[in-house]
Design a protein. Sequence first.
Length: 215
Amino acid sequence: MVTTATPAETRVLLENISWQTFKTMLAEMGSERNSRIAYDNGIIEIMTPLMPHENSNRLIEGLVVVLCEELGLEVKRAGSLTLTRDDLERGGEPDSSYYIQNEFLVRSKEKIDLAFDPPPDLVLEVEYSRPKIDKLQLYAAMGIPEFCRYNGSVLRIYTLESGKYLEVPTSPTFTPITVREIPQFIQESKKNGEIATTRTFRTWVKQQISLSGQD
């Protein structure tokens, strides 16, 4: 019997595209779409999420909210916020983005302009397939402090140091919680359901906080 894997996303690559053409494409495609677009060095990547990709993205977002609630952190969820820098001629739309440390600076804003506003404090990319554009370089250039990527089994955490990302074992945003264990809860949700798993995750987070002496 031949076993075939269910695709989680599709990726299309366009080359030799000018920055102005990219900006025009963004304007013409509008915001009512489910694809995510990234641009770097004349290359456009168009990623369309399928069910496994989007389900993981939404699950992780729910767990991030639990982390913020239990750690007493305010958060502004910005979703697949379009991030563009004309001075760098780079742009991207992460699967999820969050303002946490700088939430108070953008709390009432309906539109983010990176020429004046800070970038998100944390972005997440779900990457079941290999991206065509190096997101580490892309988001580091934009000055995003923390970047997480999930490949369907492992959650990796990167923090920005001296203009480059360094992979770290724990998230500075969610210390003392070992967020790299989130994938086990994603797998658990497939057996027990998302709400039940979220309850289990909240209990686990509270235990981690108690053990650290932060409660």
